[in-house]
Design a protein around this ligand. Structure first.
Ligand code: ZN
Length: 499
């Protein structure tokens, strides 16, 4: 018989800590969407005060007490309670095992790191950034040590974003993917079929807003429990019944805003699909970044770049933009939607090439942690790797090692999630098709309810119960692997470029 009083106390306290965390997210959203330019300093103070309160709530000694009581009688816990206790223990240890002095040092370094990176990138000066990177690596190594991951520092960084994942597993999956993806990208790049770069121009932002609102609502985003606004970089934050997405609108690049909105909608529908009765406990939280990305990528790519999807939405696009689409045939539109152009910049990469950008970053950051690669040698290693994987050599570090913000704030181990998410998305896609072969016929009718319902049941409402590897096994009946992703890329892009 478990201790109901200890369990109730545990969930009350972790829900409170979670609620404070969501307030911080809301302040962050507001900062990027609404904040008056002169309010930056005041907002930084509000954020710092809130972060302190949130940390105090997450490290409340009563959480430790309740956990100890429950763990002493673990056999008495139900399955659900065991999931909650297991993850609450992990969160509690992360909140309490870092010395206060270290937390202060890291916070100061994160903010310094961001500014040093922005400056170095603008000046194309890796030398100015190298000491920051070295310091961030040292802090990451110390953090792993405090939490008992000494000797497995990079695994710790990976586990922070994707519980249960390890560098060895990722290395094997990425190796298999790389072998077949590099030649596929070369073949497509050499294809005589070229999308028209100038096909879609002059789309009013008002019309784009209207179209993306109709699309995302039809896919299943609940605007009664979320909203979409404009920010410099699109993102999605919030959870449960208050999900905040953003997009950006460019008149000359209507597909950019549409597809980034659909991507964020995938994230948003995942958060909206979590169990409301468990909001703030591990049963009502997402399962990590790879699973999150699998949801955004599935809707953005497998669904919204399909013929079925466009059979439904193309007439509406032409109705809203009659002059802009007049000279563009259905096939030209579809090719523009599925354009492939190898590029040096990750955030501009198409769906096929994108994975190679991630493999590059994973291989380098792993070597930084094992000591096989010194920070000073990073720019040269980046150039060599870009040539090997993408067939392109960056002419400067701005288009090479200085392009991403992640490492400046110590976010190592984050990049692999994107590619793991792509693998899981493709695997889920083929499983969904096996269960419902006429899925694209649903899309052509504007009906996305079966797919969303299936994801709700198998992924969203499971919370943190299963990690990405276990989820893949349970939902698709197969181990996570790049096989489905390669099959999908060959089927969709082979049909367009390699006829
Ligand atoms: Zn995403």
């Amino acid at each position: 018989m478990s201790n109901p009083k200890a369990y109730a106390e545990l969930t009350t306290l972790i829900k409170r800590a979670h609620a404070l965390g969501t307030v911080g997210e809301l302040l962050g959203w507001d900062e990027q969407v609404n904040l008056p330019p002169g309010a930056g300093e005041q907002r930084a103070q509000q954020q710092a005060a809130l972060a302190e309160a949130a940390h105090a709530a997450a490290s409340d000694a009563r959480i430790g007490g309740a956990l100890a009581t429950l763990e002493a009688d673990a056999a008495g816990l139900s399955d659900d309670q065991r999931v909650v206790a297991k993850h609450a223990r992990k969160d509690y240890d992360r909140a309490t095992k870092l010395p206060a002095e270290f937390v202060r040092e890291k916070a100061a370094q994160d903010s310094r790191g961001y500014h040093a990176w922005a400056k170095a990138r603008a000046a194309d000066d890796f030398g100015g950034y190298a000491p920051v990177l070295a310091k961030n690596l040292e802090l990451a190594t110390r953090e792993a040590g405090y939490l008992g991951w000494g000797g497995r520092e990079y695994d710790y960084m990976v586990d922070k974003h994707d519980p249960g994942m390890t560098a060895a597993v990722i290395g094997r999956l990425f190796g298999e993917l790389k072998r077949e993806l590099v030649p596929l990208v070369r073949e497509i790049a050499a294809s005589k079929v070229k999308p028209r770069d100038d096909a879609l121009r002059g789309f009013s932002t008002e019309g784009q807003r209207q179209f993306l609102r109709e699309v995302t609502e039809r896919l299943g985003f609940d605007y009664n429990r979320g909203r979409i606004d404009v920010s410099l970089h699109p993102f999605c934050s919030g959870t449960g019944s208050d999900v905040r997405m953003t997009t950006r609108l460019k008149e000359q690049e209507p597909l950019d805003s549409l597809f980034s909105s659909i991507h964020e909608t995938g994230h948003g529908m995942y958060e909206q699909g979590l169990r409301a009765d468990e909001l703030g406990t591990p049963l009502g939280q997402n399962a990590g970044m790879a699973v999150h990305e699998s949801q955004s990528r599935l809707w953005e790519n497998q669904v919204a770049r399909s013929r079925g999807f466009w059979r439904h939405f193309e007439p509406r696009l032409r109705e809203l933009f009659p002059t802009q689409t007049a000279g563009v045939s259905t096939d030209e539109l579809y090719l523009a939607i599925n354009a492939v152009h190898p590029t040096l910049i990750r955030v501009d990469a198409d769906e096929v090439t994108y994975n190679l950008h991630i493999i590059l970053r994973f291989e380098l950051e792993k070597k930084l942690f094992t000591g096989e690669l010194a920070v000073a040698d990073l720019p040269a290693a980046w150039r060599a790797s870009a040539q090997e994987l993408l067939g392109l050599t960056p002419p400067n570090d701005r288009e090479g090692v200085l392009q991403d913000v992640h490492w400046s704030g110590g976010s190592f181990g984050y990049f692999p999630s994107y590619c793991l998410g792509n693998m899981l998305a493709a695997q889920l896609w083929y499983r969904a098709l096996a269960l419902r072969p006429a899925l694209e016929e649903d899309f052509a009718r504007g009906d996305f309810t079966w797919l969303l319902g299936w994801l709700r049941e198998n992924i969203h409402t499971q919370g943190r119960r299963y990690d990405a590897l276990e989820l893949a096994r349970r939902v698709t009946g197969e181990e996570l692997s790049p096989k489905s992703l390669l099959r999908y890329l060959r089927e969709r892009y082979g049909a367009l470029y390699l006829r």
